[in-house]
Design a protein. Structure first.
Length: 139
């Protein structure tokens, strides 16, 4: 991947848009599609740019980050362990007590409705100010 040419003083939305274009492959398309779903799920979401180049979506706190790697686009939910995930979208960072992530590989489809539900839950949890752990689903 070529080095990012983003300027940290630009608005976060512009930086995220530039990242999507810079990726120029399935990862950029995936990041762009998931960004669209995040905005649809929570029209009040705020886009930020942190940690030297990570897109972040916030609503009364961090909802999730969107990171791109060589073989995966990862959406890490800051309080994912506290969210109900009956569709089992979370497939990464499952061992932690707080975060959960969704790794999307090339060609994979994400259940859009379930993803939007996670976004809405995360925003509601942030707004409530209560860090509750979701009950584990019985396997």
């Amino acid at each position: 991947m070529k080095k990012s040419t983003t300027n940290q003083s630009q608005p976060a939305a512009e930086l995220i848009s530039k990242r999507i274009v810079e990726l120029g492959d399935w990862r950029g398309k995936t990041l762009g599609q998931m960004r669209k779903l995040i905005k649809q799920a929570d029209p009040k979401v705020v886009e930020t740019w942190k940690w030297m180049g990570t897109p972040v979506w916030e609503h009364d706190g961090i909802i999730c980050t969107g990171e791109s790697y060589k073989t995966v686009v990862k959406f890490t939910f800051a309080k994912g362990a506290s969210l109900k995930d009956p569709s089992r979208l979370f497939n990464s960072s499952l061992e932690g007590n707080t975060r959960r992530a969704i790794d999307i590989h090339e060609g994979e489809k994400v259940n859009e409705s379930a993803f939007k539900t996670l976004i809405r839950q995360a925003a509601a949890l942030n707004s409530s100010g209560k860090p509750k752990l979701a009950k584990k689903a019985k396997s």
